[in-house]
Design a protein around this ligand. Sequence first.
Ligand code: AMP
Length: 515
Amino acid sequence: MTTVVGIDLGTTNSALAYVNTYGKPEVIPNSEGERITPSVVFFDGDLVIVGQTALEAAVTHPQAVVAGIKRQMGKGEFSYTAPSGQGYSPEQISAFILKKLKQDAEQTLGPLSDCVITVPAYFDDLRRRATIAAGELAGWKVLHVLNEPTAAAVCYGLTQAGLDQTLLVYDLGGGTFDVTVLKVVGSSVIVLATGGNPLLGGRDFDQLLVDHCREAFIEQTGVDPSDDPSTHNDWLRRVERAKRDLSQRQRTSVALSGGGHTTRIDLTRAQFEASASALLAETLDLCEETLSECRLGWQDLDLVLLVGGSTRMPMVTQLITGLTGKPPHTPVNPDEAVALGAALTAVSEAIRQHPEAVKSLNGMTETMALRLGGRTRIEDVTSHSLGILAYVGPHAIHDILVPKNTPVPVEIKRQYKTQYDNQVSLEVPILQGEATDPALCVRLGELRIEGLPPRPEGAPVQVTMRYTRDGTVEVEALDIQANKQARARIDRSKQGLDPRQLAQAQVEMAHLQVE
Ligand code: AMP
């Protein structure tokens, strides 16, 4: 029997789910019995510890703990140096998290290999590839990289409702806020626009409470111990718990120690909500920006889906209800919706890629696996535009081949021509971004063809760009007369450079001219 699972690899927390014998997705608790695992890694000498213990170690060993590594994914220049002196890439650190999820789930489910991992809809090719690399390093076979809001829509059964719906997914997690406007048409999920702030999340709400407590602590004890990193981390942990309390009741209190004093500070929901109004307003602005990008307003939405642990704060539901006139869709566990949707998608992906697996998938009957697979099959669209650097006369432009929001998989071919007489080599930089100015785009890599015969300018070159279902990119350039071809390679060493420098460095190279 093959068991396939879905993984929500989050900035703050991660979760793993699978579809059980009855066709129902469920979260598998980790070895500590928790349904979500903090995405935190602690380098304790030779040991690498992931999860709650690592989170707690941030208090005592802040230098040996890495949190929020998802923000660094795909950044070639980032490296974390552990106290042992050993350096780790973001992929390696994420792999530790994915390995813990795997080992823990295997205790319940037996040996595992195939999974679907979710990523934010705005993740570009580099970050998607980095996510796949992290999965492989951890011993997973990554069947598919799935957009988180799409996973949430799948979890809610929106792709099987047989309705055309426009929805906004409001995902407020621990460290990030993502907003995605989606259209569900039958079983297709089309991302219309994405927005958000990668540095806005539950942590900012925690910080508001820490600030409040700091003032109260000084008032009550006359000392300010909050500059000490251990005290700060300890306070953060305690106020985070108090914040959760305030989602349940109107008031709570938190005991805080520092500088030789201990005191208890009262907190009320009303005061917390008042202090958080600017943060909430920012999420609202980001939603409206994203809606206006696809020329929609709140009144055009069929529903708003809440995802992420921070949407448990009652002020979020109130905000959305006030704007749309109806309550949002809130699952019982908003922090599990993405993992559950990924688990369902893992079934349809496994059947799509290995039709023979349907006979023994997750212990389900073949009929059930097929029914489920059919219901959760989805189509995604690209979240960024992709093109190449080419010339129009003397001007370098980003010539977009695959525009943002194109359904994937997609293959686009376009004809170019050589730029100079006797151009014996070709350099085709691959760009991602919405601007036509190449200096404002991200360079994903380049194609190079050498050893071309000398000819007058204008020799035809065909560029083919393919966007796979995982959101990864393949590019080919074919010099038609010379019958020489090159395929894209993602040059990791260049990822850290400022795109402006890259564009500058291009000028002397042998490029293509737009036809
Ligand atoms: P996620 O990244 O989706 O797991 O969300 C984690 C964030 O959700 C953290 O900032 C938590 O503090 C926050 N969170 C979880 N439960 C609650 C709750 N009951 N009330 C407020 N925030 C919560």
